[in-house]
Design a protein around this ligand. Structure first.
Ligand code: DX5
Ligand code: ZN
Length: 218
């Protein structure tokens, strides 16, 4: 299966967002990953709906929105309105996850559930048939450019087993520390979607870096 590449805008040059989106549009990137942080769920604040709305108007790639916020269920309509195709909510932020997944689908988006590094995959057992994507954090959420947590490779394998056991079609997305050394090992372990921030946007040639990630196949 072909690997989906979703560069993370968090590491882009915000002074030249138009140029960065132009690069994404011209590249082989499949999606554009957008990290929204509230300073409560994670110890950092990034950007919110004004940026999502502006990027949504010019980005030709589906927006893969990752909400690192408390009460993401209160922002489903606003996320859909920005033009997002995928909405990822954290398991740890959702008391009524099943209801939230339904509401994301009702708003016309694909639904993703994200797990922090310390959250085991088996908490998803009863919902795995209802989600389109499971996103595993391979760093603690909140910052770009952090070191990859090695145990994430085994976690991907456990998630792959859970998906197969549940007869689910869910895709596996990994976010954090995805670069030249970790990406091939993640794909081999069963990852479908690679999110990559600093490795892509800080590269001398971001388009070539995206191309190299697209070469990885399962
Ligand atoms: C971290 C964000 C990531 C971040 C990844 O909380 O969710 O999407 O941009 O950055 P890198 O690829 O640099 O680890
Ligand atoms: Zn992210």
């Amino acid at each position: 299966m072909e690997t989906i590449v979703s560069p993370s805008l968090l590491s882009a040059n915000f002074l030249h967002l138009d140029k960065e989106i132009e690069m994404i549009n011209e590249s082989e990137a499949d999606w554009l990953h957008m990290d929204v942080m509230d300073g409560v769920f994670v110890p950092n604040i990034s950007f919110g709906f004004p940026i999502l709305d502006a990027v949504g108007k010019v980005c030709k790639k589906p927006m893969d929105v990752h909400l690192m916020i408390v009460h993401p269920e209160n922002y489903i309509q606003q996320t859909a309105k920005s033009g997002a195709a995928i909405m990822n909510v954290h398991y740890e932020a959702c008391v009524h996850l099943h209801r939230t997944i339904q509401a994301i689908h009702d708003a016309g988006m694909k639904a993703g559930v994200t797990l922090n590094p310390s959250t085991p995959v088996n908490v998803l057992e009863d919902i795995i048939g209802d989600v389109d994507i499971v996103q595993l954090m391979s760093v603690n959420p909140g910052f770009g450019g952090q070191k990859f947590i090695e145990s994430s490779i085994k976690k991907v394998q456990r998630l792959r087993q859970l998906i197969e056991r549940g007869g689910s079609q869910a895709l596996i997305e990994v976010d954090g520390g995805v670069q030249v050394d970790t990406a091939p090992r993640l794909v081999e372990a069963g990852v479908d979607i690679l999110v990559s921030g600093s490795y892509v946007f800080k590269a001398a040639d971001p388009k070539a870096t995206i191309h190299s990630l697209k070469q990885l196949h399962r």
